[in-house]
Design a protein around this ligand. Sequence first.
Ligand SMILES: [Zn+2]
Length: 147
Amino acid sequence: MANTIHQGLQGTPIWRLGDRRIASVVPMYQQIHFQHLTAFHRVVVAYCPVMHLAQSSARERHIIIPEIVDDPSYCCALHELGHIIEPTQQPVNVWDSWIGSPNVRHNEIEAWRWAQAHALWWTPEMDAVMQYALWTYGIPASAVLSA
Ligand SMILES: [Zn+2]
C-alpha cells in the first residue's frame, strides 16, 4: 500500500512556507502530481493562506487552495479540483449554496470520492480532513463510502 511509504516518512519535518530547506520529498511528489493534473485539465490555481478559504469555480475553471506542503493541503487541493472535473458535479448557484441543498451535498461527496480515487495515497490524516470538511456541511463521513 502507498500508505506504507508515507508512514515510513512520518516524523520527518515537512517543507513549509518560508523555509528554504525541503526536508521531505513527499510534498514535492504531491505538488508535481497536482500540477500535472491541473495542467492536463486546464484548471487555473491560486493560493490562499489557510485551508478553510479553499474554494472552486466550475464556471471559471479555477480553484483557490492552500499551498501543498503536506497530506491535508494535498487532499484539500484534490477535493477542490474534483469540484471542477468530477463529471457528475451539479450546478450550484448562490441560492442553493446552503448546507441542506441536494446539489451541494452531492457535489461535496463526489468531489471527496474523486480526491480519494486520484490521490497518490490516502492517509488517516487526509481522512480526518475529509471528515471535518464534510461535517461542516452536515454530511456524515459514511456518505462517501456508501454508493
Ligand atoms: Zn467541496
